[in-house]
Design a binder for this molecule. Sequence first.
Ligand code: CUA
Length: 354
Amino acid sequence: MDDDRLTGAGRPIRSGRDIGRDGGSGSYRPAVRVITFFLLFPLLASCSGVQSALDPAGREARDVASLFFVMLVGGAIIWAGVVGLLFHAARKRRHYSEKGAGRLILWGGAVFPTVILAALLSYAVWLMPNVRPWFSEDVGIRRVEVTGEQFWWRVRYLDDAGAVVFETANEVRVPTGERVVFLLKSPDVIHSFWIPVLGGKMDMIPGRENRLTLQAEKPGIYRGVCAEFCGASHALMAFTVHAMEAEAYEAWVVARRNASGGQDAEGLALFLRHGCAACHAISGTEARGTIGPDLTAFGERGSVGAGALANVQEHVARFIRDPGKVKPEARMPHFSMLEEAEIDRIAAYLKGLR
Ligand code: CUA
């Protein structure tokens, strides 16, 4: 990981007071600061991008985003009402009769929040069936089984009968305009499966199979993450989501089913000789390990180590040499005993798999 980016190295950390003195803005009145903050807030919050719940690309995510904005407006109305009353009480030295004060408390303290909160609650309850559609056994609904591993994602595409058609890792592909049911599992600890642009999150709980239905509407490449602390590399547990037009998706499924171990016989021989196949599988080869991620068509993936590094040959080599340095507590053992040339050769082989 780029540690500099995480810690902001090179920029000394200053106290809030120091930051406030920047740019000679000391003459700003507090009220102006507060107003500026609230005006800038929507700009500061990252409202668009491949991993933003506020930039939905799916049906469920759109409902979640509207719920957020309606709640925001509702909350802002209550906040404005309360602050307005506060200013009113602080500035006007009017004498209220007991009856007038009682009326103010009744309307401002009971009726106003009750009406607003009831409206927000009704809206949220009304949205619920959309956000969590009931799973039906209808044939035709696509099913993808995703298992949270330490610290990566096992992704299995199932047929109508529930049998595994093929397996991949750290990458989910879905056709647009179609509901996909994700069957979520975990063998050991709790993870949480979250694709913010497509919908809400769902926990993956050992001993259970949770179901989450999502429907992508816009083709694109998005990012999914683990949203439940699961260990040392929890923050390095991401995956790529490809939402594809139906035709492109079908073409990918056919290509993926016919994927081979590539043309690089020497690279494959090294991969097999050094025991990589004990944990990893590559379709069309003798490699059929199931402990680690399936590496078929690995070269097409966006990252190495479930979002830990960009997928370039140098990073693949770095991961093979010592996975624990890239992803603390990853289960893959280090292979630093291999010669550098061999590591590079295996990395090149994997990077070339399509
Ligand atoms: Cu898996 Cu956090």
